[in-house]
Design a protein around this ligand. Structure first.
Ligand code: NIG
Ligand code: FE
Length: 429
C-alpha cells in the first residue's frame, strides 16, 4: 500500500504502549502493553497505526523515519499535579525543616505557601513566565510532555489572574501541553487571616467567576481543553464545608473539581470528591480504609504524590498498594512546587513509589502515563501509544522499561517527541 505519512518510528525493542480504552485498575495496571520490535506511524501529529516494525515498514512511506535501535519507547509522561508556575524558592524553609520545623508549623507561622505568594505578587507576568519556562524545560528533559499546572500563589484576584495568564502564555510558547487548574483556595492570605470564611466568600463570589470568564476568552476554551477548580482541604486551611462551597461554585462556572485531601489530617475530602464526581482527589496520605473503598467504587482518580513524603523526610506514604488492590484508579504525580516537592522528574517519583508504596514498575508506569491522563481530563488524547492519540513519545536509553523505576538519579530519556515532532534528542545521529 505504502500510504504516505509524516513519521515512522521503528525498531523499539520494547514498544510500551500502555494502551487501553479507559483508565486501568487492579491487575490491568500490571500490563504495560509491550510490542517487541514495535513501530508507530504518525500523521499530522497524531498516531495512526501501531504494530510490528516489519508490518508498518511495508505499509507506510514515511517522510521521516526514526530508528529506536532496540531501545524502550513509551508514552510521554503526564504529570497530573503540579504548582509549576511561581517565582523564587523556599530554600530557607528547607533548612528550617532539617532543623525540625514541620511543613504545617512553617505555614502557620506565615511562611510556606504565603511566602511564595509574596514573591508571585511582586513578580511581573514576564518574569513569572521566564522563571517557570526553565522549570518546564527541566520537566520536559525528564520526559514530561503534558502537565497540569495550578494557580494558588496569588491569593487575590489580580495575582491569580496573572498566574492564569502565565500558564496560558507558557502553554502557547512551550512544547509541553499544560492543563490549567484554578486554586485560589490554596491558603488564606494574610489580609484575611483568621477569616477563612470571608476569603471563601471572595473566592466564590469574585475570583471563580473571574477565572471562568478568563477561561472562556482563552485559547484553552477555543480548543475545548479542560479547566479545573481545586481546593486545599486540610486542618488549619479549608475545612470540608468551605471546600464544598469552593468546588460547587466552580461547578456552577463549569470548572471541573479536584481536591487536595488527606495530606496531613483526614477531614473527609475523599467523600466530598466522590459526591461531587471530582476528576481527581490528590495526596491521600492519611485516608482511612473506608474512604479508600469509597474511592475505589468511583470514577474519581486517586493521585498519590510520594515526592512530598520523601521531600518532607517522612517515612509514611499514601497506601497506593491498598488503593490499587481495592480497585481504585491510581495515578502518580510530582506535585512540583517550591515547598513540599521541588522535583521535576516523573522517573524519580516512580523510583519512590516502587520502593515505599510497593507499586510494581508496571503499575507505576501506567500510573504516570495512562491513568495520569485521565486525572487531567485528557484520557482520550494522551497517556498511551494508540491510534487517535497525540504522538507524544519518549525513546529511553534502556532496553527494559522496568529500569525507569530501578535506576534513580540518572536521566534515561534520550529523545522526546511531542505531537510527532522531535523536540529533544540526545542520541548520536
Ligand atoms: O500539594 N498542599 C498544598 N499545596 C502544595 C504545596 C504547595 C507549597 O508548599 O507551595 C502541595 O503539597
Ligand atoms: Fe499540590
Amino acid at each position: 500500500m505504502n500510504t504516505p505519512i509524516d513519521l515512522l518510528l521503528t525498531h523499539a525493542g520494547q514498544l510500551v504502549t500502555c494502551a487501553s480504552d479507559g483508565p486501568k485498575r487492579r491487575d490491568a495496571m500490571n500490563d504495560v502493553g509491550i510490542i517487541p520490535d514495535g513501530a508507530v506511524a504518525v500523521q499530522g501529529g497524531v498516531i495512526v497505526d501501531v504494530g510490528k516494525s516489519a508490518v508498518l515498514e511495508a505499509r507506510y512511506q514515511a517522510r521521516e523515519v526514526l530508528d529506536a535501535r532496540g531501545r524502550v519507547v513509551m508514552p510521554g509522561f503526564v504529570d497530573a499535579h503540579t504548582h509549576g508556575v511561581y517565582a523564587g524558592d523556599r530554600i530557607d524553609e528547607f533548612e528550617m525543616r532539617i532543623q525540625g520545623a514541620t511543613y504545617m508549623e512553617i505555614m502557620a507561622a506565615g511562611g510556606g505557601i504565603v511566602s511564595t505568594m509574596r514573591a508571585v505578587r511582586s513578580a511581573s507576568l514576564e518574569h513569572l513566565v521566564q522563571e517557570s519556562r526553565l522549570r518546564l524545560d527541566a520537566m520536559l528533559a525528564w520526559g514530561t510532555t503534558t502537565a497540569e499546572v495550578k494557580t494558588g500563589y496569588g491569593l487575590n484576584t489580580e495575582a491569580e489572574l496573572k498566574l492564569l495568564e502565565a500558564i496560558a502564555r507558557l502553554d502557547q510558547s512551550h512544547p509541553m501541553t499544560l492543563v490549567p487548574t484554578f486554586l485560589a483556595a490554596h491558603a488564606v492570605p494574610p489580609e484575611y487571616q483568621g477569616r477563612a470564611d470571608a476569603y471563601v466568600d471572595q473566592v466564590v463570589n469574585e475570583m471563580i467567576p473571574m477565572a471562568a470568564a478568563w477561561y472562556k476568552s482563552s485559547h484553552f476554551a477555543q480548543e475545548e481543553r479542560p479547566f479545573f477548580c481545586d481546593v486545599f482541604c486540610e486542618a488549619g486551611v479549608f475545612d470540608v464545608a468551605q471546600s464544598r462551597r469552593v468546588l460547587e461554585a466552580g461547578l456552577r462556572a463549569e470548572m471541573r473539581p479536584k481536591i487536595h485531601a488527606d495530606e496531613f489530617e483526614n477531614l473527609g475530602g475523599v467523600s466530598l470528591a466522590v459526591e461531587l464526581a471530582a476528576t481527581s482527589v490528590d495526596h491521600l496520605d492519611v485516608t482511612p480504609a473506608q474512604e479508600r473503598a469509597r474511592l475505589a467504587d468511583s470514577e474519581v482518580v486517586g493521585v498519590v504524590l510520594p515526592g512530598v513524603n520523601f521531600n518532607l523526610g517522612q517515612c509514611h506514604f499514601a497506601d497506593a498498594r491498598g488503593l490499587i488492590d481495592a480497585g481504585a484508579v491510581v495515578a502518580l504525580a510530582t506535585d512540583m512546587n517550591p515547598g513540599s516537592a521541588p522535583c521535576p522528574s516523573m522517573p524519580m517519583i516512580m523510583a519512590i513509589a516502587t520502593r515505599y508504596q510497593r507499586m510494581t514498575p508496571a503499575e507505576a508506569l501506567n500510573a504516570s502515563t495512562l491513568n495520569a491522563a485521565y486525572a487531567v481530563g485528557l484520557g482520550h488524547q494522551v497517556g498511551s501509544i494508540q491510534p487517535g492519540k497525540w504522538a507524544d513519545m519518549l525513546i529511553l536509553d534502556l532496553s527494559d522499561y522496568r529500569h525507569v523505576a530501578y535506576t534513580f538519579g540518572h536521566n534515561p530519556i534520550q529523545t522526546v517527541i511531542k505531537a510527532g515532532q522531535v523536540i529533544r534528542d540526545k542520541r548520536a545521529r
